[in-house]
Structures are given as structure tokens and as C-alpha cells.
Design a protein around this ligand. Sequence first.
Ligand SMILES: Cc1cc2nc3c(=O)[nH]c(=O)nc-3n(C[C@H](O)[C@H](O)[C@H](O)COP(=O)(O)OP(=O)(O)OC[C@H]3O[C@@H](n4cnc5c(N)ncnc54)[C@H](O)[C@@H]3O)c2cc1C
Length: 399
Amino acid sequence: MKFRFDESDEQFRQMIRQRIAQILPADISDRHRRVLSNSSYLEDQRRWFAILDAEGWSVPAWPVEFGGTDWTALQRFIFEDEMYAADAPEFHWIGSHMVGPVLYTFGSEAQRERFLPPIRNGQEVWAQGFSEPSAGSDLASLRTNARRDGDDYVVNGSKIWTSGAFEADWLFCLVKTDTQGKPQRGVSCLMIDLKSPGITVRQIRQINNEGHLCEVFLDDVRVPVENLVGEEGKGWTYAKFLLDHERTTSSFIFWIKRELTRARELGQAVFRNGRPLIEDPEWSRRLAVVGAEIEAHEWSVLRVLSEEPSNFPITAAASVLKVKGSELQQTITGLQVDALGTQSLRDYGDVRLDASTDPIWPDLYQGRTSRAMITRASTIYGGAQQIQKNLLAKLALGL
Ligand SMILES: Cc1cc2nc3c(=O)[nH]c(=O)nc-3n(C[C@H](O)[C@H](O)[C@H](O)COP(=O)(O)OP(=O)(O)OC[C@H]3O[C@@H](n4cnc5c(N)ncnc54)[C@H](O)[C@@H]3O)c2cc1C
């Protein structure tokens, strides 16, 4: 492989950069730059994805026939890199990276027509209902069940840690339609309208004072049979497809690069003993070490995207990227908090506070602690660290 982008890639990058600068509303990027935590700024995301959809760029990884692009994996990488660098709102991952690909691969024609357009233009938001109180890493132990009754399924059970369910429209939900045989066998996948009677969503207060994660209780919820994805009992196959589909997403490379930039900016803005922190040998050494690790991480992502022949199994590579990406999220936000010292303890209360009302507190300082706290979860969600390492041991080392 070559360790540089070629000229056509660079031209593509320039084209994307210029167009984003033209179409991304300044008020959106300004707010997004100051997002304090996991708060999704739903209205901004809706506005931005409607704009991107009109451009034909809202779901670049989807096939062209479903509104995607014909870009190469490398071009999609460049596009996302530029989106983050421009402080554009992030994708609604669950809709664009999970539900969409499952529906255009396994869904019916009617389901594609009904559900893909509002995912593409950001008007319908999805939550992922997989985990349950007794089913996290061991997902096959899930207990939420769906019993067929005429043209409906009747669903009972509960989900937990459902990101964003309080503001989502739909739940992409794993249920048991059959309790006989191997646990994986009776799993099905239902699309559930979160406004259905019998659903209660309760927000969970997080360490950073947000309530992004939710519990979802389902009591005799009636779900039309046409909302079953693919075949009954094949939900496990679809869930695995979904997890395999985006091998590099959980590297969080763009997010981490953006936070590295923030850390550098902080190093210049924060003064200690009359000098910018960036001139402190110990702090700048730490910044350089994490910077080098992030660059190496980026090249690892690019190697996976370039699909260079390797003896290393591709699914194991996804685990490596997840493990390293999670750790780097924690390292880089920890460095930001260390830069601020005791100032990092300041609590804004309202995560959407407009910084311009508070002149003594620069935008740059906002939300660093909140981010650092919420990244503690990065080694849990999307497959916990120990599980990823078990996978690596099995797939890459044959243990
Ligand atoms: C911020 C956040 C967002 C999330 N969003 C969603 C969402 O939108 N939708 C959704 O469905 N879920 C979501 N989750 C849930 C997430 O998928 C689970 O938390 C995760 O799978 C771990 O499951 P658990 O919490 O039940 O922990 P457990 O599975 O009980 O694990 C507890 C600990 O034991 C370790 N462990 C478990 N089994 C083994 C083993 N066999 N070998 C070695 N160690 C093991 C784990 O690594 C972990 O350290 C989210 C979680 C977080 C933290």
C-alpha cells in the first residue's frame, strides 16, 4: 500500500471541502462545535440532513439506486473526514448505518419505499433496541417476546441503554418469536413505532447529567406483521450483518481527530505560569504521543478500507479498531481535562447554554469534562472491550 492520498483523492477532498463550506449553515456548525456532550441537536441534524439529501450526499455508503453515491470507500472516508473537520452534525448512525443497509438488503419493497426516504433526509430518527437488563454482551439471552395475533405481533418486555429513544420515532427491535431450540434461532427483528400504545420510555440520568440513554418498556404493544424485517426467526442473521456491515465505523477516527485539534487549541489558549500550556514539555509530550497514536490509528482504518491482502481476518481488524478507537477517545478527552485543570470542574447545567452570554468562559472550554466523562462508556457500547479482545483471541490468534 502507499502511505499517501493520490491527486484525484486530493481533488475530491477539495471539492467536498468547498461544497460543505457553501451549504453548511454557520449557525449549525457554530452550535455543533460547542456541543457539550452526547446531546444530539436533533433539529440541526434534521436541517443538515435535508440539505445533504438535496445534494445527494446524506447516505454516501448506500447503493445509488437507494439514494447513495458511487464513491469509493476512500472517498467516503474523505467525505466524513471533511464533515467532522467542518463541525457538521454527525449522522444518525442507527438509521443511516444500520437500519438502512438491513432494509435495502433484506427488507420488502414496501418497507424500502416507506422507511428509506425519511432516513435519508433525516426526518425520521431510529433507536436500536437490542440490549436488555439481562442481555448485553450475551445478546442471545434476550427475553422481550413477540406473539403472533392475527395481523399483528403483540410485544412484551423491556430494553435498556437505548440511545436517544426519548426523541426517536422508531425502534429497531430484536424480539423472541420462538423460545424453542438454540437461543439465536428464535430471534426476529421488528420495526416498532415509538408512539404505539403500551410503550413507556424512561430516560436514565448519566454521569454528565444528560439523559440520552433510555429504558424502553413494552406492554402488549401491537406491531403490524408488515413491520417484521425479512423472515421470522432470522433476526440474528440480520443483527450480525448489521454489526459486520460497517467495519470501520467504531474506530471513531474522525471524532478523535477533531478532539485532537481541540486539544491543540486548548494547549495554545490555556496559560500556566505565564506561558501557553503547549510550551510545557510534559504536556506537549503527551499531546505528541497521542497525536502519533491517532495517526497510526487512521492508517489502520485506511488499510482496512484499502482491502489490502492480509492473513489477518477482516472481522478481527474491526475489533482492533474498536479497542484502539475507544481507548483513544478516553485518552484525548482526558488530556483536554488535564489542560483545563480545576477550570474543567465548572458545570454549565444547561448543555445548550450560549457561550456568548458568558465572556469569561471561552467556547473552547465548554463541555470538555462532560465529554471526558461520557467517553468512559466507549469501552462498553458497541461490544465491550473484553468481548472485543475475546474475539481477537479467537479470530486472529486461533485461541
Ligand atoms: C453509552 C452507551 C450507549 C448504548 N447504546 C445502546 C443502544 O442504542 N442500543 C442497545 O441495544 N444497546 C446500547 N448499549 C448497551 C451496550 O450494547 C451494552 O452495555 C454492552 O453490550 C454490554 O452489555 P452489558 O451492559 O449488559 O454488560 P455485560 O454484558 O453484563 O458485561 C459486564 C462486563 O463483563 C464483561 N464480560 C461479559 N461477558 C464476558 C465474557 N464472556 N468474557 C469476558 N468478559 C465478559 C464485559 O466486557 C463487561 O466489562 C449502550 C451502552 C452504552 C454504555
